[in-house]
Design a binder for this molecule. Structure first.
Ligand SMILES: [Zn+2]
Ligand SMILES: [Zn+2]
Length: 152
């Protein structure tokens, strides 16, 4: 299965080489709200080598809470496409809303819901954490996503 996506202006296209269902989660932290200009950010965690992209990109790097993050964005329209972080070596965090098939995505977990917008109702039974889960707890929730409909 090959998944594709692009930035807002379409100067940058990417493909994901993966057969695994995407582990999509929503982050409701204040940083994601500010950065997306929205209520939450939709992320998908995957091995770094999964993505290949074409087109002009630029990078934004910063340090916070002892973690070093590098964001990759379109150098024309500045849509953020993905980031890597020293907290998860070898992995990348895709901005899942940039996928061409994003309407079919089913988030399997919601994190930082202590900052969730009060009007937003989450589905019953979905995994949630007030802040960031432990890596172990998070991996368990993402594995449970195999019961979720497969992304096509
Ligand atoms: Zn662009
Ligand atoms: Zn966040």
């Amino acid at each position: 299965m090959t998944l594709t996506g692009q930035c807002r202006c379409t100067a940058v296209h990417y493909t994901l080489a993966t057969d695994a269902p995407l582990a999509v989660y929503a982050c409701h932290c204040r940083d994601c709200q500010t950065w997306s200009g929205s209520a939450f950010a939709l992320h998908a965690l995957m091995p770094s080598e999964t993505i290949s992209h074409e087109g002009p990109v630029t990078h934004y790097a910063y340090d916070a809470d002892g973690q070093h993050s590098i964001h990759t964005l379109c150098s024309v329209c500045h849509t953020r496409l993905y980031n890597t972080t020293s907290a998860a070596p070898g992995m990348l965090v895709l901005r899942a809303g940039t996928l061409d098939h994003s309407p079919s995505l089913q988030p399997v977990a919601h994190i930082w819901i202590k900052h969730k917008q009060p009007w937003l109702m989450l589905p019953e039974g979905i995994a949630t954490w007030p802040q960031s889960p432990t890596p172990q707890a998070f991996a368990q929730a993402l594995q449970a996503s195999e019961t979720a409909p497969e992304v096509r």
